[in-house]
Design a protein around this ligand. Structure first.
Ligand SMILES: Nc1nc2c(ncn2[C@@H]2O[C@H](COP(=O)(O)OP(=O)(O)OP(=O)(O)O)[C@@H](O)[C@H]2O)c(=O)[nH]1
Ligand SMILES: [Mg+2]
Length: 320
């Protein structure tokens, strides 16, 4: 199951403790314990190899390595190894007060989030204390820790909107590598689904209905995933008795939900062309939109040529 929201705990490494050790020279006991190594730091880094947050179990702890204890002969303990926590683009990390602590939206973008603890002092550091301080040393400091809420903003360049059952997920599966659930009833898709067409990411959204904006249907939560959208694919099933009315219903909802989406370039996808036996009916439907200067593409999952045309049209709009 696709995950775009979770919680976790991040920890930098603790510093290694200072060492108590001695060498003897001329029958004298000399302190020579070294300082502990610093704990590893905690970094967050963006990667294009991850697409969701499934790899994080709820409240899972991720931790950098602790520094090693100081060595003999005044040698410093080994540094703890840093932890590089890789996240998909675009990820927002919040603390439990709700403050944004880091946003990762570039590949290889690396942010140091937590500092490892300093190493403790070995007994050599206390040699001026004389005999009283032979065994003196300090422990390594704890590393910084943070409880976080991690939110993924899905980067869909193309978003699919439309009434439930319009065939959005079916088309996503046909033209991308996606494997979204398809079923002959409304609201099959409950969370955004992603697919890739070459380097273009497509996002299929839960179906919209009249008054989604006012809380009907599955609501408007998906809006936080539409920031990256550059093209809206508006799906209209040809099973609809009144296509223009269905079109206007969804346009009104979209305007209410997020006016920015309403201003994006839009391509109307007239779906399920196979429901018409007579090709004249399809021409009539297409003409309705042509008259209003609304660009359409007609598709059916049973017509490979139509799917190719749809792919080509998307690429022409986004990668001219
Ligand atoms: N005849 C025909 N049926 C189709 C076509 N595309 C999809 N369907 C069927 O329409 C029904 C709904 O398809 P989905 O892809 O789940 O529709 P959706 O728009 O994603 O639906 P929601 O997720 O509920 O919003 C399924 O039974 C599909 O098999 C098509 O081109 N022709
Ligand atoms: Mg669907």
């Amino acid at each position: 199951m696709f995950k775009d929201l979770t919680t976790a705990k991040f920890k930098a490494g603790k510093g290694g403790d200072g060492l108590v050790s001695f060498t003897s020279r001329n029958a004298k006991k000399l302190s020579d314990g070294g300082v502990g190594g610093p704990g590893g730091d905690f970094y967050v880094e963006g990667t294009t190899n991850l697409y969701d947050l499934n790899f994080i179990k709820r409240d899972e702890v991720f931790k950098a390595e602790d520094g090693q204890v100081g060595g003999t002969n005044n040698s410093t303990g080994r540094n703890g190894i840093d932890y590089i926590f890789k996240v998909p683009l675009a990820t927002n990390i919040y603390n439990f007060n709700g403050d944004l602590v880091c946003r990762i939206d570039q590949p290889n973008q690396r942010v140091k989030l937590l500092e490892g603890g300093k190493g403790g002092k070995g007994n050599l550091s206390f040699k001026s204390g004389g005999l009283d301080a032979l065994y003196e040393h300090t422990e390594g400091e704890p590393g910084q820790e943070l409880e976080v809420r991690i939110e993924l903003e899905l980067m869909g360049e193309v978003i699919f909107i439309g009434l439930p059952n319009a065939g959005k997920s079916s088309i996503l599966n046909e033209i991308t590598n996606a494997n979204a659930k398809v079923a002959p009833y409304a609201f099959t898709t409950t969370i955004p689904q992603l697919g890739r067409l070459d380097d273009i990411s497509l996002m299929d959204l839960p179906g919209l209905i009249e008054k989604t904006f006012e809380g009907k249907g599955l609501g408007t939560q998906f809006v936080r995933h539409t920031k990256f959208a550059k093209l809206v694919l508006h799906f209209l099933s040809l099973e609809n008795p009144d296509l223009l009315e269905a079109y206007n219903t969804i346009r009104t909802e979209v305007k209410n939900i997020d006016p920015r989406l309403a201003f994006l370039p839009e391509l109307v996808v007239l779906s399920k062309t196979d429901v018409f036996d007579d090709p004249k009916l399809l021409k009539k439907a297409e003409a309705l939109f042509k008259k209003k200067k609304i660009k359409t593409v007609s598709v059916s999952i049973a017509d490979d040529d139509s799917l190719e045309t749809l792919k080509k049209t998307i690429k022409e709009i986004l990668r001219p």
